[in-house]
Design a binder for this molecule. Structure first.
Ligand code: ZN
Length: 243
């Protein structure tokens, strides 16, 4: 019995002796397979991440991760919104554009707030589809989230109120550390908005525990002061207003 394992190599015919080493060369080892698989995954990830940056909307693999819209036309709880016409947008402060009507209302509101000693700052205004795409997907990839998770705090491209030119994010210039934080609702600016914003036709889009199911955003307000704006937000208005 011991004989089989101690057979000198020379006693095995040359052809049979060669067989194992030839087979080893033809079949990649598990380690080689693992290395190949890992390389392929890294290469795939690089392509995936690059595609999040400058791919035209609708053609990239990220958009394909999205579920289909719901029966009421919403996608992951957000309503679809058309882009504002370029000609309707005016610059409120450098880099921030709003629909002319909303811009005038915001500036009037900002001035009156200042007279009351409250400094409203504009943190975000009109956003086009490409900007929203980057905002939605880059953070999603960075945080390793699924679209549904990301959509709780950010609208998918094509579904943001910011597309309309009527929505804006407001901060308290004296409390920049509260910018885009839930705790903004503890600021003097928020208290002032709660009391006065309706007079300028601004409404908080996503109050705490809103029926739409979007995270509480005390900084995000939309303007509903014209029939055009009212029409755009009619569905959201109806869903979020208790009858
Ligand atoms: Zn916003």
């Amino acid at each position: 019995m011991a004989k089989a394992t101690t057979t000198p190599l020379d006693e095995i015919p040359v052809a049979r002796r060669l067989t194992p080493s030839v087979r080893q060369q033809q079949q990649p080892s598990p380690l080689t397979l693992l290395v190949l698989l890992a390389s392929a995954m890294v290469a795939g990830m690089v392509v995936f991440l690059r595609s999040t940056q400058h791919m035209p909307t609708g053609l990239d693999p990220l958009t394909e991760l999205m579920p289909p819209p719901e029966a009421d036309g919403r996608l992951l709880r957000h309503f679809a919104y058309p882009m504002a016409h370029e000609t309707d947008l005016v610059e409120v402060v450098t880099g921030y554009r709003l629909h002319g009507d909303a811009a005038a209302a915001f500036l009037a509101m900002q001035k009156d707030a200042a007279d009351d000693g409250v400094q409203l700052s504009l943190l975000s205004a009109f956003r086009d589809r490409e900007t929203q795409h980057d905002l939605f997907f880059s953070v999603m990839v960075e945080r390793g989230q699924r679209p549904a998770e990301r959509a709780k705090v950010s609208a998918p491209p094509g579904y943001s109120e910011h597309h309309t030119g009527y929505a804006l994010d407001v901060g308290d210039a004296r409390r920049p550390e509260l910018d885009l934080e839930e705790a903004f609702d503890q600021s003097a600016a928020f208290a002032w908005l709660q009391q006065h914003a309706a007079r300028y036709h601004f409404r908080l889009s996503f109050p705490a525990d809103n029926p739409q199911g979007v995270a509480y955003e005390p900084w995000h307000w939309r303007w509903e002061g014209s029939s055009h704006a009212l029409e755009l937000f009619e569905q959201a208005h109806r869903l979020n207003t208790p009858s």
